[in-house]
Structures are given as structure tokens and as C-alpha cells.
Design a protein around this ligand. Structure first.
Ligand code: SAH
Length: 563
């Protein structure tokens, strides 16, 4: 919950806008400001004060407990120009909150924590539990001192500007090693603990078993991702309580699913009780991984619980990101976030240039020239399979005549895939031209590189007959100049010579140009590979220089009737 406090009328107005934007997340504190700030600070995870920073500092100073405990606090000035992350930038999430508040109110976020201002992710905000010398290692990263990354477990981390060797270390490990003086340990959620228990097994016995198994195997409980068991034990109090105390979810599988898992130590007892020869080992292994601790029994007499520990391989992450048509403000915030999250970026060199400034220091960029599509797709998938966080980029929408298909054709289910949509050229051009896509429309690529011309021609013919608005991608290149005239001729067979045609070159880029002409008047020689060509349907009109396709045909009939 985010507590909101204001003192003046202007502050209250901004506060109300924020409350209206986030009705579920916010709570307004009314009344005397001092009391309101103190109450919000005590009751909320985060606080936004529409007050001077000085006033807030004085009010909160006596209440500060430490950065792990204090809420994040953001101050917004009277004019609503700045959202200042005042307190709890990382741990309290105030830096992120300042950014979000800034977006809602149109205020500029002000962030002073070093790692964020330098574009480095804070080591404490990577989403992984951490231990050790966070401040010292962050400072080393900022100062450009060599910091080595020792990834004992491959995990899809955001980029970090690390060196092969260094006097500081970031170690990604699930082993229970102590952090060195100049070392940060990141704990990937790589361990799964399978548990089985007889009815009524005490929580203490289950917990002692799990903790003992981790300790003896030299594993860190901070890396336990989940407890796993059989469906029949989903509500077994001892298991539920153990999961709660470890702070991890309890995941259950059907006996059938577990019975199908090959395990080193099956036995008859669970088979009779719940229908699978193994619970602990099978539940730990069912999603794959390496068995680190084979089944062991608890210390009770009789032993009422079993457990086994498995290390799951890190799942790589492939984000397929559309960059939009060119202009920076047509690149979505989600696309920008994915670019900053990836430690490996794969793309065509000219697209990489478009967004290089958004990348975090340390991002590994694998760029290649035109034509190397299959290779780019393979590279991106291979990097993700190695456990990295990869972004594969494409202009417009990465799924439209672009990299998403070859990449996903390569990908198996051992990686996570995230798609980020982008503004495709047809839409960018449509907005420039007016409203050409107001009724049913298709895109057709005129490139016969991947598609036989007969197929393309059949589709153009079908679109002509169906009276669809048509946007041609890849309309014409130096070596490919007869396809566009041919396609236009087919459309002309079904549409008037006066049908509006929009030609947009470099939509949303600095040298954008656009014109509306007609089927009869279009000179194909003015079209190139930077261009899309949108041909109207029989109802499309040019109105005040803009291309307008009515939303229905009846509109056209009534217009004509009125003439
Ligand atoms: N994935 C891209 C399309 C790739 S195919 C998208 O969704 O937009 C390449 C073709 O797209 C080019 O030949 C051109 O026809 C069109 N195109 C891409 N960006 C464009 C832009 N900014 N302006 C006009 N056409 C563009």
C-alpha cells in the first residue's frame, strides 16, 4: 500500500490524480500533516508526500529504523515538476516509485542513489537474495574497478559491467559459502526440495530434516525456490508450515506424474499410501535437474518425513522485442525495460544503433549485417539456452516479417520466451496518412525472397477481390522492381483509377515523407525498401489531403445519396 499525504490545494489535486490512477494501491491520509506522515510511514510499504523534502526529513528523522525496514519515500514538489526519491531508493523501491509517479503526474523523477543514476542495476534490486559487501562492490562497479562475475549457476541476470578477473567478485551460487570481504553472493532460486510426510508429521521434524539436508550438502536455504510434494499432501500441516517458515511456495504434483519419474530410491510404503513409489525424490526431480541430496529420512522414531534436494538448471529468457518504426517515443516503455534487462542483445546492426544508448553498461551486443537472419535467430536461442537473459530485436513489431518466427522455430521449451509488441510500419504509416485502415485490411510483403511469386500474386488477387485495404511491405528494391507495378495492376482490376494510395517513407524517422496519390498516378519508381504503400478499398476517399477509409460501406452510400 502507498500512503499519500498533502498539505496545500495544489498538492491535494496532484495527490487525487495519483489516487485516481492507482485506486487499489494507494491510501490517502488526511488530517494534520505531521500525524498523517507518521501514520503512513508506520502503516505503508511506500509513502508519497506532496510536501517539501525538508519538512518530510524533519518529520521522519526520529522514526528511521534502517534501509531494510523503512518504507520508500517519494516527495513531489508544489508545482508537480519533480518526484524525488528521498528515502529507501533500492530496498524501499523509492527510485522505481519516483519513476512511476513521474509518469502519472508528468513530473521528472529525481534519483540520487549512485547505481541508478549511472544506469547500473543496484545489486540489491536484481530480484535475487543477496549477501555480503553490497556497498563495496557497487562502489567498485561505479568507479570502474574490475569486478569479476563468478556464475556457479547460470542464471538470466541483467547486464553487469564485469571483467574476467577482479579484486571484487559477484558470485552467483546456491552453496552455503560465506561471502568474502570484497564479494557479493547472489542467491539464484535454483534448489527444489522434494518432501514426503506421513499423516500428522510435526512441522519441526519436517523443517529440521530439510534444514539438515541443506546444511550437510553445503547448500544455502536462500536458494530454495520451492518445496514440492504429491497432491495428496497439499494440506499436510507439517509440510505447509515448513514451506511457510522457509518462505517458499509449496508446489504439488499428481501421484501419476510422480510415478513416471525415474528415481534412485523408490519404495513400497508411499506406493501403498499415495500411489507413487517416490514422493520426495520424484517431486524434486519432476521438472528435471541434478539430484544433489538423495532421499533421506527425518530423525523421528518412526521417521515421519523424507526429503531430497535437486538443483534445477537456470532457465534462460528470450525477449523478442519490437522497437517500433524508428522514433524513440514510439518505442514502448516495456520494450525499453526489456532492453535494459537483457545481458545479451542480438540484432541487425542498424537496429542496434537505434537503441544503443538505452543499453546498460556491460550488455554483450551480438550484431550482424543484413541477411544473417537465421544465424541471428540461432544465436539468440543458443544464448538463452545457456541461461542468459537475451533480447532479440526487430524494427516495428518483431513478429511481423521479422525475427520472432525464425527464433521461435528454433526454441525449445527449456527457455522462457517473452514477446514485446511494437508499432509496425503499417500502423505508423496509417497514422501519418490519416485513417486508411478504418475497415478490414491486410499486409502483403512483395519480397519473393522467401515466398514464390505465385503465392504472393494469389494473395494480392484475393485481397483485390475481397476489397481489402492493402499495405505492401518490402514493396520495391533495386533488384526487385516489377512486383509492385504487377500488384497494383491486379488491384486496378477491381478498383477505380482514382482509389487513394498512400506512400510513406521512413515513417517516424527524421527524414519521414508521405504523400497521398491514386492508383493511376502512383509512380513505382518513387518507392523503395524504406517505404510502405497502402492502397485504399473502394470506399476509401481523400479528404483534406488525408486518406480516410470509412468504418462501413453504408456511410459511403449515404454520402453518395446526399450528393
Ligand atoms: N518488422 C517490421 C517490418 C520488417 S519488413 C515492422 O513491423 O514494421 C521491412 C519493410 O517494412 C520495409 O521494406 C518497409 O516496407 C517496411 N518498413 C519498416 N519500417 C518502416 C518505416 N519506418 N517506414 C516505412 N516503412 C517501413
Amino acid at each position: 500500500m502507498i500512503g499519500l499525504i498533502s498539505a496545500t490545494a495544489a498538492g491535494a489535486a496532484a495527490r487525487d490524480r495519483l489516487a485516481a490512477a492507482w485506486p487499489e494501491r494507494t491510501r490517502v491520509y488526511e488530517g494534520p500533516v505531521g500525524e498523517a506522515v507518521r501514520a503512513a510511514f508506520a502503516e505503508c510499504e511506500q509513502v508519497v508526500c506532496f510536501l517539501a523534502t525538508g519538512a518530510v526529513v524533519r518529520l521522519l528523522a526520529p522514526l528511521l529504523a534502517g534501509k531494510a525496514a523503512d518504507p520508500g519515500v517519494v516527495c513531489v514538489d508544489e508545482a508537480g515538476r519533480f518526484a524525488v526519491s528521498l528515502l529507501g531508493g533500492h530496498g524501499g523501491g523509492a527510485n522505481e516509485l519516483a519513476r512511476e509517479v513521474g509518469e502519472v503526474l508528468g513530473a521528472e523523477p529525481v534519483v540520487t542513489t549512485a547505481t541508478d543514476s549511472a544506469g547500473l542495476p543496484g545489486l540489491d534490486t536484481l530480484g535475487l537474495p543477496y549477501e555480503g559487501a553490497v556497498a563495496a562492490v557497487s562502489r567498485a562497479l561505479l568507479d570502474g574497478e574490475p569486478v569479476a562475475l563468478e556464475a556457479e549457476v547460470a542464471w538470466p541476470l541483467p547486464p553487469l559491467p564485469v571483467a574476467d578477473q577482479g579484486s571484487y567478485t559477484i558470485r552467483v551460487t546456491d552453496r552455503a559459502v560465506p561471502a568474502g570481504e570484497r564479494e557479493v553472493l547472489l542467491r539464484p532460486p535454483s534448489l527444489v526440495v522434494g518432501v514426503g510426510a506421513s499423516k500428522g508429521a510435526p512441522a519441526g521434524e519436517v523443517l529440521a530434516l530439510v534444514e539438515g539436508a541443506l546444511r550437510e550438502a553445503g547448500l544455502s536455504s536462500a536458494s530454495v525456490a520451492e518445496l514440492a510434494t504429491v497432491d495428496a499432501k497439499a494440506e499436510e500441516p507439517g509440510i505447509v508450515a515448513a514451506a511457510e517458515r522457509l518462505g517458499v511456495p509449496l508446489v504439488t504434483y499428481s501421484a501419476e506424474e510422480l510415478a513416471a519419474v525415474e528415481v534412485p530410491n523408490p519404495s513400497d510404503a508411499p506406493l501403498a499410501a499415495v500411489g507413487t513409489p517416490s514422493v520426495a525424490e520424484a517431486a524434486a526431480l519432476v521438472r528435471g535437474g541434478e539430484l544433489l541430496v538423495p532421499k533421506r529420512k527425518s530423525a523421528g522414531r518412526p521417521a515421519m518425513a523424507t526429503c531430497a534436494v535437486v538443483r534445477r538448471p537456470g532457465r534462460g529468457r528470450l525477449a523478442v522485442v519490437g522497437l517500433g518504426p524508428g522514433a524513440r517515443d514510439l518505442l514502448t516503455p516495456r520494450a525499453a525495460a526489456e532492453l535494459r534487462r537483457a545481458s545479451v542483445l542480438v540484432g541487425l546492426d542498424q537496429y542496434v544503433d537505434q537503441i544503443r544508448d538505452l543499453l546498460r553498461p556491460g550488455t554483450r551486443v551480438l550484431e550482424s549485417g543484413l541477411g544473417a537472419e537465421e544465424e541471428r535467430a540461432r544465436t539468440a536461442v543458443a544464448q538463452a539456452r545457456e541461461g542468459h537473459a537475451v533480447a532479440l530485436i526487430g524494427s516495428g513489431d518483431a513478429g511481423v516479417y521479422a525475427m520472432a518466427s525464425p527464433a521461435l522455430a528454433e526454441a525449445s521449451d527449456d527457455i522462457d520466451v517473452v514477446g514485446v509488441p511494437g508499432v509496425t510500419a503499417a500502423l505508423a504509416a496509417g497514422a501519418v496518412l490519416g485513417a486508411p485502415l478504418g475497415h478490414d485490411h491486410v499486409s502483403i510483403s512483395l519480397s519473393d525472397l522467401h515466398t514464390p511469386w505465385e503465392v504472393i500474386e494469389r494473395r494480392v488477387r484475393a485481397a483485390a477481390e475481397a476489397d481489402l485495404v492493402v499495405t505492401f511491405y518490402n514493396p520495391r528494391s533495386r533488384g526487385r522492381d516489377w512486383q509492385l507495378p504487377k500488384a497494383l495492376a491486379i488491384l486496378s482490376g477491381h478498383r477505380e483509377p482514382t482509389t487513394p494510395v498512400g506512400v510513406v517513407r521512413n515513417a517516424s524517422r527524421p527524414d519521414e515523407s508521405a504523400r497521398v496519390t491514386t492508383l493511376a498516378a502512383l509512380d513505382p519508381a518513387t518507392v523503395d525498401m524504406m517505404t510502405v504503400v497502402t492502397v485504399g478499398n473502394t470506399a476509401t476517399r481523400e479528404i483534406a489531403g488525408r486518406m480516410v477509409t470509412p468504418r462501413g460501406y453504408r456511410w459511403q452510400a449515404s454520402q453518395e445519396g446526399a450528393e
